[in-house]
Design a protein around this ligand. Structure first.
Ligand code: AGP
Length: 603
C-alpha cells in the first residue's frame, strides 16, 4: 500500500528518494512521485505505472538536498498523474505525501476550501490545501498550520509535509498508518518502513500515533499535538541489504518459497533451549493457560495460517480456538468467552483491519499476542506480547514463508502451553524432531519443481477457473492454496471442503475444469478421493497431491510424511509452487500482482 520516503540533509535527495521508492515497490502501488528541493530549483515529478517510469522522467536537473517521495495505491480517485502524490497547496508552496484515508475530507472541502481549486480527486489534496490556507490566508506559521489541520483531519494518515520556501525542514505526523524516522550523520529521513532506508542507515526511531515530528538534517523533535516534547531513543534494525535482494532468482516469491526449510530450522533455534525444551516467554504461556478460549484474528493468508494451526493448538492446549476475519471483527465482536486470549497473526504487523480489532481488545483490557515477521511493527508494539516469526523480509506480495512460519511459531506456543499444563499430548509431541522432518519434506517438494511446472503447463496455463478440495486440515490448506492461485495468476479458484462441493458448487464443473485434491489424512482421504471421482465423472480434470502414507501409485504429486499437527505446512508447499508456476508461465509479474498491496494499511 502507499509508501512514503523523505530526506533532509547533506546527500543527494533524488538518489535517496528513488532508491527508497524502489525498495517500497513491494508494498503495491499504481503511481509514484517525488518533490526535490534545496538545489538550483524545485522539482515535482510524477508518473503513473512503475518506479522505472518515474525514473525515465527525471532529468539531471532534478537535484537537491531535501525531498519527499511516494508510491500511491489508489483509494480516492483513479491512478493518474493528477492523483499521484506529492500534492501541492493552492499556490504550490506546501507539498504533501500521505498514506491512509482522510475520512472527513468532504466536510473539510465544504467547510474550508473553495470548491473549484483541486486538480484531482484525492483526500490528500484537500489536506494540503487546508494547510496552505491556514498559512497563506490566516497567517499561521507552517508548524501551527499543520497542527491546526491535524486537529481537524479525521481518519488514518502518515504525512510528510514540506514548505517549498524552506528546504531544511520536513514536518511529519501519523495516526494509524505506519511511519518511521531514520537517523543519519548529517541527514535524517522518514519512511513507511525500514527497508526504504536501510541503504542509508540502520538507526531508527519510532513515531507513535498523534505525534508530530520536525525533521532537519541535524535534529529530530518529537511532540504530541499539544506541543509537549516527547523523548524517545533509537534502535538498530537487524536488516541486511542482502536480505532484501532477490539474488539470482527471477522473482522474490520463488526465493521466499525456497527459504522455508531454513525458516523452520531457524524457528527451532529461536524457540528451543539447548536441551530441547521450549523457549517461549513464560508470561505468554501463563496468559494462554489462564484463557478459556483462544481467538485468532487475521486477514488473508494469515487468516488461513490460523486455520492451519487451529487443530494443533486445540489438541495440545485443550483450549477451543475461534478464528476471526479482522475486517469483520473490527466492526462487531461476537459474544466473547469469559477469559479470552487474542492472537493477532500478521506478517507485516501493520494490517489496519487487524489493528482495529487489537485497539478494541486493548480498550476491553484483554490480553493479546501478535505473531509477526516484523519486529517493532504497530501490531507488535500495541499487543501485550509478541512472538516473532523471524522469516526474514517477505517482499513478494504473495505470502509464503510467513504462512508456514506462523503455523510453526504457533506450534511452539501450543507445545509450551500444553507442557506447562502437564498434558500428555503436548509432552509426547516431539516438535523439534517433527519440525525437522517438515523442513526435509519441504526440501523434497522443492526438488519437484520441474514436475510441478509440467503439470501447470498441461492443466492450468489457460484455464479461467479451478478448484482446490480437501477435508479437515487439507480443507484449510485448500483455502490458502486457492488464495495464492487467485492473487498472482488471476485464475478464479475456490478452496472447498471436498464433501460440500456436491451441495451446489459442483454445478460449476465443466469439461476440463481443473480440480486439485489434497490428501494427507488417512481418515478422510478415501472420501476426498470419492469427491474427486465425482468431479472427473463430470469432465473435470483432477490432480492429486497426496502425502505418502495415503498415496496411490497414480497420484500426481507426493509429499513426504509429516506429523498431522504440521501437515498444513508440508501440504501447502506444492500449492505455492503451482501458483508461482501458473503466474510466471502466464508471463505475469509474480511479485507484484495487479490491484494488491503487501501491507494493507487502510481499513
Ligand atoms: C497473501 O498472499 C496476501 N498478501 C494477503 O492476504 C495478506 O496475507 C493479508 O493482507 C494479511 O497481511 P498480514 O499478514 O501482513 O497482516
Amino acid at each position: 500500500m502507499c509508501g512514503i520516503v523523505g530526506v533532509v540533509g547533506n546527500k543527494s535527495a533524488t538518489d535517496i528518494l528513488m532508491q527508497g521508492l524502489e525498495k517500497l515497490e513491494y508494498r503495491g502501488y499504481d503511481s509514484a512521485g517525488i518533490f526535490v528541493t534545496g538545489g538550483n530549483h524545485d522539482s515535482l515529478v510524477k508518473s503513473v505505472g512503475r518506479i522505472r517510469d518515474l525514473r525515465s522522467k527525471l532529468g539531471i536537473d532534478v537535484a537537491g538536498t531535501a525531498g519527499i517521495g511516494h508510491t500511491r495505491w489508489a483509494t480516492h480517485g483513479k491512478p493518474s498523474e493528477e492523483n499521484a502524490h506529492p500534492h501541492t497547496s493552492a499556490t504550490g508552496r506546501f507539498v504533501l505525501v500521505h498514506n491512509g484515508v482522510i475520512e472527513n475530507f468532504k466536510e473539510i472541502k465544504a467547510n474550508y476550501l473553495p470548491a473549484d481549486s483541486f486538480k484531482g480527486q484525492t483526500d490528500t489534496e484537500i489536506a494540503v490545501h487546508l494547510i496552505g490556507k491556514f498559512v497563506e490566508e490566516d497567517g499561521l506559521a507552517p508548524l501551527d498550520a499543520f497542527k491546526k489541520a491535524l486537529g481537524i483531519i479525521e481518519g488514518s494518515y502518515a504525512f510528510a509535509l514540506m514548505d517549498a520556501t524552506d528546504a531544511t525542514t520536513i514536518y511529519v505526523a501519523k495516526n494509524k498508518s505506519p511511519l518511521l524516522i531514520g537517523l543519519g550523520d548529517g541527514y535524517n529521513m522518514v519512511c513507511s518502513d525500514a527497508m526504504a532506508m536501510i541503504r542509508e542507515t540502520s538507526e531508527f526511531m519510532e513515531i507513535h500515533d498523534k505525534e508530530l515530528v520536525v525533521l532537519t538534517k541535524g535534529s529530530v523533535s518529537v511532540t504530541d499535538y499539544d506541543g509537549n516534547a516527547i523523548s524517545r531513543g533509537s534502535y538498530t534494525a537487524e536488516l541486511d541489504l542482502s536480505d532484501i535482494g532477490k539474488g539470482t532468482y527471477p522473482f522474490y516469491m520463488l526465493k521466499e518459497i525456497d527459504e522455508q526449510p531454513a525458516v523452520m530450522r531457524k524457528l527451532i533455534a529461536t524457540y528451543t533451549n539447548a536441551d530441547g525444551s521450549m523457549k517461549v516467554d513464560s508470561e505468554i504461556v501463563k496468559a494462554v493457560q489462564e484463557a478459556d478460549r483462544i481467538y485468532i484474528i487475521a486477514a488473508g493468508t494469515s487468516y488461513n495460517a490460523g486455520f492451519g494451526a487451529k487443530q494443533m493448538l486445540e489438541a495440545l492446549t485443550d483450549t477451543p480456538v475461534e478464528l476471526g476475519v479482522s475486517s469483520e471483527w473490527g466492526y462487531g465482536m461476537p459474544l466473547l468467552s469469559k477469559k479470552p486470549f487474542f492472537i493477532f497473526l500478521s506478517q507485516s504487523g501493520e494490517t489496519a483491519d487487524s489493528r482495529q480489532v487489537l485497539v478494541k481488545t486493548g480498550e476491553l483490557g484483554l490480553p493479546s499476542l501478535t505473531v509477526t515477521n516484523v519486529p517493532g511493527s504497530t501490531l507488535s508494539r500495541e499487543a501485550t506480547y509478541t512472538m516473532l516469526i523471524g522469516a526474514g523480509p517477505e517482499i513478494a506480495v504473495a505470502s509464503t514463508k510467513a504462512y508456514t512460519g506462523q503455523i510453526a511459531t504457533l506450534a511452539f506456543l501450543a507445545k509450551a502451553v500444553g507442557e506447562a499444563d502437564g498434558r500428555e499430548a503436548a509432552k509426547d509431541f516431539d516438535l523439534v524432531k517433527e519440525l525437522s522432518l517438515v523442513a526435509q519434506s519441504i526440501e523434497a517438494t522443492l526438488s519437484e519443481k520441474e514436475k510441478i511446472a509440467a503439470i501447470v503447463k498441461d492443466l492450468l496455463l489457460t484455464t479461467r477457473n479451478a478448484f482446490y478440495i480437501g477435508r479437515k486440515s487439507d480443507y484449510f490448506v485448500a483455502m490458502e492454496a486457492s488464495l495464492k492461485l487467485k492473487e498472482i495468476s488471476y485464475v478464479q479458484c475456490e478452496g472447498f471442503a471436498a464433501g460440500e462441493l456436491k451441495h451446489g458448487t459442483i454445478s460449476l464443473i465443466e469439461k476440463d475444469t481443473p480440480a486439485i485434491a489434497l490428501l494427507s489424512d488417512a481418515a478422510v482421504a478415501p472420501h476426498t478421493r470419492g469427491n474427486a471421482m465425482e468431479i472427473s465423472s463430470r469432465g473435470g480434470k483432477v490432480i492429486t497431491i497426496a502425502m505418502e502414507h495415503v498415496a496411490n501409485p497414480d497420484d500426481d504429486i507426493l509429499v513426504t510424511n509429516v506429523h498431522p499437527h504440521l501437515s498444513a505446512i508440508a501440504m501447502v508447499i506444492p500449492t505455492q509452487l503451482i501458483a508461482y508456476e501458473t503466474s510466471s508461465q502466464r508471463g505475469l509479474d509474480v511479485d507484484k500482482p495487479r490491484n494488491l498491496a503487501k501491507a494493507v494499511t487502510v481499513e
